[in-house]
Design a binder for this molecule. Structure first.
Ligand code: SD4
Length: 328
């Protein structure tokens, strides 16, 4: 069908479903993309209270470095920290006792790279960046991702620390082989940055749910779910129970809501509301969203209290507690 005719037919169909007034109000609230000169950077934000990670990103951004380099360098701090048992080295293993890592990265030009189920490399975010920059693909998984990492010069190493191994062994005794889906056990890092040139980038990296089934992948390496960046509008990232974030394509949704005129805060609240709508009456999981727009404004929202994010900008370094739906 001719493209213009197809567009006319499909918009008539949509008008029938939504009603003409809904369409009109959509148009009224859709702002033009901000011109780059109105962007207010640099800013770096990340999920949870990872002050060392935002400080590292700031070292890149402050002298005029790029958002992409900042988010990679920032999340690498958590990947290398064995005390963070949800990311990189020392991450909790799957139920077979193997540490499998998921990560993705996006730049200002719409470039994206992702690795899923990567084993034996401390910095999956850097492997994801290589996928973006050195291959014609977006995602590499499992052993293929590992072979690629090795070919790119990354070194294999055992990521299962003694602390994580002992916890896994204790879990095996008690847990009836079920993955842990709890509320507190989330330290995945998603980082978003806006640089002085007005460009956005994002990175997200995790070892996923503790004691997950072998082969399970969550939202964190899924472009649009755990992370999304649109350089005209803003960026968003997620932490928490990935299955629910994947079902709603959460980070993409939040960026699209910002495009339609919502603030980062309003967009994160709507993202959480959509997830709760699908899970009415269920309170046994946590989701937290974090968003940054082109003006350098940020927002965050979660289901249970306890989520916070770190923000580093020209005015300093802060840990900002997130609002939540449930209050206790
Ligand atoms: C996942 N979203 O694999 C991740 C888990 C997470 O902090 O956020 N942990 O589902």
């Amino acid at each position: 069908m001719h493209r213009r005719k197809f567009l006319r037919n499909s918009s008539m169909g949509t008008a029938g479903l939504l009603g003409a007034s809904a369409l009109a109000s959509c148009r009224e609230t859709s702002p033009e993309p901000l011109p780059p000169t109105e962007a207010k950077g640099p800013v770096a934000v990340c999920t949870w209270d990872f002050g060392n990670a935002t400080a590292r990103a700031w070292e890149v951004l402050q002298p005029g470095g790029q958002a992409l380099d900042a988010v990679e360098a920032g999340v690498m701090v958590e990947e290398a920290d064995p005390k963070n048992q949800t990311v990189g080295l020392g991450g909790r293993p799957d139920r077979e006792g193997r540490v499998t890592l998921d990560a993705c990265i996006m730049d200002a030009k719409g470039g994206c790279g992702s690795v899923m189920g990567l084993e034996g490399f401390v910095h999956p975010i850097s492997v994801a960046r290589k996928v973006m920059e050195e291959t014609p693909h977006v995602i590499l998984v499992g052993e293929g991702a590992g072979q690629f990492a090795e070919a790119q010069g990354f070194e294999r190493q055992d990521l299962l620390t003694e602390a994580s191994r002992l916890e896994w062994e204790a879990w095996k005794e008690e847990a009836n082989y079920q993955p842990i889906i709890n509320i507190e056990n989330h330290d995945t890092i998603g980082m978003l940055a806006l640089d002085a040139q007005g460009n956005l980038a994002g990175a997200c990296t995790t070892s996923g749910l503790a004691y997950k089934m072998r082969g399970r992948v969550g939202d964190s390496p899924v472009i649009g779910a755990g992370l999304y960046v649109d350089n005209e509008v803003g960026a968003a990232t997620a932490t928490g129970l990935g299955e629910e974030v994947v079902r709603t394509v959460g980070s993409f949704l939040i960026v699209e809501l910002m495009r339609q005129g919502m603030s980062p805060q309003e967009a994160c609240e709507e993202g959480v509301r959509r997830i709760l709508q699908r899970n009415q009456g269920r309170e046994d999981f946590q989701i937290g969203f974090l968003a940054l727009n082109k003006r350098g404004e940020t927002g965050a929202y979660c289901i249970h209290p306890g989520f916070s994010y770190r923000r580093f900008d020209g005015s300093g370094h802060r840990n900002i507690p997130s609002e939540s739906v449930l209050k206790s």
